[in-house]
Design a protein. Sequence first.
Lengths: 301, 216, 221
Amino acid sequence: MLASTLVVCPYAGAMSDATPELSREQPPAISFERVTKTFPDGTRAVHELSLGAPAGQITVLVGLSGCGKTTLLRMVNRLVTPSSGAVALDGHDVAAAHAVRLRRQIGYVMQNAGLLPHRCVVDNICMVPRLLGVPARQARQSALALMDRVGLDRGLERRYPAQLSGGQQQRVGVARALAADPAVMLMDEPFGAVDPIVRADLQRDLLRLQRDQPRTVLFVTHDMSEAFALGDQIVLLAEGAQIVQAGRPSDFLTHPADEYVARFIGLDNGSGSLHTTVVDGVPLVVDANSRPVGRLDEGPA
Amino acid sequence: MRWLANNWDTVWQATLAHLELSLPAIVVSFLISVPVAWLAHRFSWSRFTLVTLGSLIYAIPSLPLLIVLPLVLGTTVRDQINVVVALSLYGFALMIRAGTDALDAVPASCVHAALAVGQSGPSRFFTVELPLAGPGLLAGLRVVSVSTIALVSVSGVLGINSLGMLFVDGFQRGILAEVIAGILATVVIALAVDLLLVLAGRALLPWTRASARRSR
Amino acid sequence: MNWLMETLEWIADPTHQSGPDGLWALIGQHLAITGWASAASVLIGVPLGYLVGHTGRGRMLVVGLSGAARALPAIGLLTLVALVAGIGLTAPLVALAVLATPSVIAGAYSGFDSIEPATLDAARAMGMSPSQVLTRVEIPLGLPQLLGGIRAAVLQVIATATLAAYVGAGGLGVYLFRGLKTQDYAQMLASAVLIVVLALLIDVLFEVLTQITVRAVRPRL
């Protein structure tokens, strides 16, 4: 009896040992190695995809809905298990990690925020630190500081999600993802459900946060202009998560891989054509009406 | 089985009596609750009162209601009208909420579209709102019919003829087969009426079948 | 209104209030039968409903079960169990628990089912373990519906417990059947009025409880 109770599941111990300790000072690179995902109903969302997301940069996965980009994102924090192939953080296969411990180290922002409806703003933001055992007082103080950083009025701390606007909910979602200071952020169309003006604000704030403290960000969107606005790297995906083109934003403008890419980003279309220009020394991508749609960090190659 | 073979006629008569009590109650409760549900749907001030009234009625135990009702109706405890009214009240209580929800679920765009093409009041209700609320109303009616048919039996202890008599008689005389036959007969006619309602729904609401097939 | 006076007089009559079949004793019996049968249905129904709601399996079973239970005549089930188990408390307790359990299962299940998939997804993505998702998200968010299911179950039990007297298990139904036998209308009415009042009181109690829970779990604007 006694002997048998002493055998404390060695498997669980081995699993937790393999969970990488991600460090915010040196965010890891994410790599997908020949991943395939076939769902039980036979849908093949991803087929033999290999892809790298460089450390400390924003990599935007862009494509039409249903192209498998969300599935890819969810492989990183093991919400989806690849049918074959592997996802690694700095060479550590996530499959060897303890899923729950791994997720607490990775920020996740989803469309419609996915806030807990029965917890107020500050409790939603504190969620991961509290799960990690941070004392309530301390977690609340950090949460309030985070509210400042994501542009939320501190007066909202006791509000419930249903009492916030869409943009505010999204900011809470971002704050919640940042609360445990993760080295990796997964963002699944986080700004898709808010109106364009608020979206532009949120994008600007994200870039500011990233400038202050670079993290490895994987960002999913179906909006090419959002990809141009945010991406250090852009990966354009077609159905079945086939990579159509991957590279810096400037590459897409100067060397679109094919007709499809050119059409997708509006290069071939006379009225909506995108081009680069320099305003006040900043290289910008502008559309036919000279409205800027994004900023280029590198000059056209 | 032996008992059933010898008493087939008793069961048959009890079943007919059972239907005589339950079917009018189902029809009456439906006919009353739809207009009332429309009131609750249309005028928010009446909504709380009517839905609360429904849940209050439903909280009244059936046997006591059967005892009290004759005083209000001027009938006797063993009167059929008494049972039908009591059952209709419960049906109404169940149906009022289902009906209100069903009418609420009609997309506003459809109602606006009907308004835009110039349909007014009653014609809009009968050609747009009522059919579109159909699936929800049908779901409510099915619940009402099954529970009404099950509920009738309780009147047996007051001496009113229905399948409930089989339980009373079977219990007093210690005939297990009679009780089982009564339960089975109740379930069978509940299922049969339910099936008829489903078939009627298919005939009257053909578009719901098409969308159900497509979504599958 | 004459009958109402007679009924109230019957209830107020001190000789009807004490003793083994006095008002208070029978109210106690009625509540005890209701309490035990409801407790049994909660003990059986909540784990089953949570299991179905959490795993998403057995949905059809729940729908079928609650439909079938609705078709079961209470008096039929009661007399059936009484013939098998004999006169006494067993029959009403078993029959009432069987009748009430589907409501509880449906409440527990629909509480889980009504939670936005995105909410559960977010909870998992934030790193909640399966047991944390259950205790911190699913159970609190499902509480209003669960309470609704238990409320329906208890109301059904308290109403149907009237029939317990029919198989010799006591409760407020005793007056009803005694009055029926002796054509004592005041006594029948007293029973009816007391049961209705008891049921409405329990209903109000649940309404208050639900309001408190809903406010705690689902804050409104």
